[in-house]
Design a protein. Structure first.
Length: 382
């Protein structure tokens, strides 16, 4: 079983063993995606304003790019070599985004990560040092992951080294998604397993919420050797629950004033243990966390329509799901290949697709740009 990697590296590695998935166009009764830009390198985050101005991150390349009407792009921000740029948001003429390096490798002193802004004149400002906050506070440090004490040490002697059989939250930070409202930025940190609140004026950071562990029953099939489609874990853990890390990805405000957060399962991102991703609802006033929807395969982004319906990008599910505003009904909105980010604006859904096309298994080792073919598409919503 996999340990917790930097989120982008983890999903890219998983993509190497999954089928390519369906083409961008869905069935005839589905809306048709219209390509707005292509040839993008791992476009994992997206922002669209009321004028349909589009910003997209090319995470592994460390780029924040603007998409023009003719489909070309220009660079709004270029990160340092090896840095991951993501989590873009536009608010009152200012662009907010996050960048980071060193996530998932277990060396806290090498962690670096910031919330930054770009004003209308193009001036870049560093608002907050997110990695320093993680090293000092480690928001999920008191959470227990892995098996409970009910599973014997003898049984776990055959458990793989990673992830550990039992452990507490480690010092790790990989800021991935951003929402902005009322002078505050809310950062979904996939390494910290937390939603962080940042004062945009002072840069002060606090922990709004730590997402709960995602407990999964280990099936008997997991004890089969990996060559036979299993995970090679000891047979005695079959039927036991393993508490995986919750790994928040995207974060958006709903019309009810609450934050909605997509969460990866924090273990194998492929379907080997089932569709274990979720959407959480977080109260921005007191940090109360509620499981709003689950059983979603690899949810990496969400968008919320004006009526409260939620659209979720299922990266390895090969589709974008539509969940009713009450969470009591879901359907496949459109079939697309490797959707990563979604945004709703003025009756249209914007999405990044083919998001891992040509991607290596992590930042800093990118092949030639012409091998990438990530896209931004626009889809009409009835």
């Amino acid at each position: 079983m996999k340990t917790k990697f930097p989120i982008a590296a983890c999903i890219a590695a998983a993509a190497l063993v999954l089928p390519a998935g369906p083409a961008v166009a869905g069935s005839s009764d589905q809306p048709t995606p219209r390509t707005r830009a292509e040839g993008l390198a791992t476009p994992l985050s997206l922002a669209v304003d009321a004028e349909e101005s589009i910003l997209v991150t090319q995470n592994f390349a460390g780029l924040l790019s603007r998409v023009h009407d003719d489909g070309t792009t220009t660079t709004l921000y270029q990160g340092k070599e090896g840095w991951d740029v993501g989590g873009v948001e536009m608010h009152h003429g200012t662009t907010y985004f996050v960048e980071s390096i060193g996530a998932g490798v277990g060396i806290p002193e090498n962690l670096q990560g910031h919330l930054k802004s770009i004003d209308e004149d193009g001036d870049v400002r560093t608002i907050a040092d997110l990695a320093r906050y993680e090293r000092k506070h480690n928001p999920d440090g008191d959470q227990h992951y892995g098996f409970s004490d009910d599973v014997s040490d003898k049984c776990l002697e055959g458990w793989p080294e990673f992830p550990p059989a039992r452990y507490k939250g480690t010092v790790d930070s990989h800021p991935y998604g951003v929402a902005v409202k009322g002078g505050k930025a809310y950062v979904a940190d996939a390494g910290a397993n937390a939603i962080l609140e940042v004062d945009l004026e002072s840069g002060d950071i606090s922990t709004l919420a730590v997402l709960p562990p995602r407990r999964t029953v280990i099936p008997e099939s997991a004890a089969r050797p990996e060559a036979e489609g299993g995970l090679g874990v000891p047979a005695c853990v079959a039927g036991e629950k393993y508490a995986f890390e919750p790994v928040p990805t995207d974060v958006e405000f709903g019309p009810d004033g609450r934050l909605y957060v997509t969460s990866l399962p924090g273990g194998p991102e492929d379907p080997s243990l089932g569709a274990r991703g979720a959407v959480f609802r977080v109260d921005p006033w007191d940090g109360d966390v509620h499981l709003w929807a689950d059983d979603i395969l690899t949810p990496t982004g969400l968008a919320i329509a004006d009526n409260g319906d939620i659209y979720v990008a299922s990266l390895f599910g090969g589709n974008i799901l539509k969940l009713s505003c009450w969470g009591d009904h879901r359907s496949e909105f459109v079939t697309v290949n490797q959707p990563a980010a979604v945004e709703f604006q003025a009756g249209h859904l914007f999405a990044t697709v083919d998001a891992l096309s040509g991607a290596p298994a992590g930042p800093g080792a990118a092949p030639p740009a012409e091998q990438f073919n990530g896209k931004v598409v626009r889809i009409h919503v009835d």
